[in-house]
Design a binder for this molecule. Structure first.
Ligand SMILES: [Zn+2]
Ligand SMILES: [Zn+2]
Length: 133
């Protein structure tokens, strides 16, 4: 494993539990189309869009995410800049938050899915503890 991999330590905005497990972020998922609940594992690696889930979610379908500890919804009242589906939000242990799209197949889907370059640079600075001048 390369040391340059960026591992995101994310926490629940409601109960503050650390959600990152190894290189994954396991979350609860509710498929809006089928009404089924299941589990999803997002990659905790910055910029890695891989997801694993036991639910069948059609490409383009949307899902709701919830915290496996407190079972509160992680959905926020903001729409994805790319596809306008609702976003889910997680807190970062170093401060701030990270949002991702709830639509399967959208580039905003996984944790690294930023639409905003400034936001990404700010996050990188924080992760490498680069002081602001
Ligand atoms: Zn929680
Ligand atoms: Zn989207």
């Amino acid at each position: 494993m390369s040391q340059s991999l960026l591992l995101l330590e994310v926490t629940c905005p409601n109960c503050r539990s650390l959600l990152t497990r190894g290189q994954h972020v396991p979350l609860g998922i509710h498929c809006v189309e089928t009404g089924e609940d299941g589990e999803i594992r997002l990659s905790a690696l910055f910029g890695d869009y891989a997801v694993e889930t036991d639910l069948v979610i059609a490409e383009g379908a949307t899902a709701e995410f919830w915290c496996p500890f407190c079972e509160q919804s992680l959905m926020v009242d903001t729409a994805c800049k790319l596809c306008e589906a609702p976003l889910a939000s997680l807190n970062l242990q170093g401060g701030g938050s990270i949002e991702f799209c709830s639509r399967r197949g959208c580039r905003g889907h996984a944790l690294g899915g930023f639409g905003d370059l400034d936001e990404m640079i700010e996050l990188l600075n924080r992760m490498f503890k680069i002081p602001h001048d």
